[in-house]
Design a binder for this molecule. Sequence first.
Ligand code: ZN
Length: 49
Amino acid sequence: MVSRHMVTATERDGMTWYACEACALLFADREEAETHEESCEGDDPDYLQ
Ligand SMILES: [Zn+2]
């Protein structure tokens, strides 16, 4: 089982936001953040060349 999800929960303005650890993008929905992380290559520079 390989999981590279590193979504970070942050509380702001009384709301919980979920930040992509790779590119720091914020999401209001955890599932959305995880879905983004799956396709986010912000932590994998080799792929982006
Ligand atoms: Zn990202």
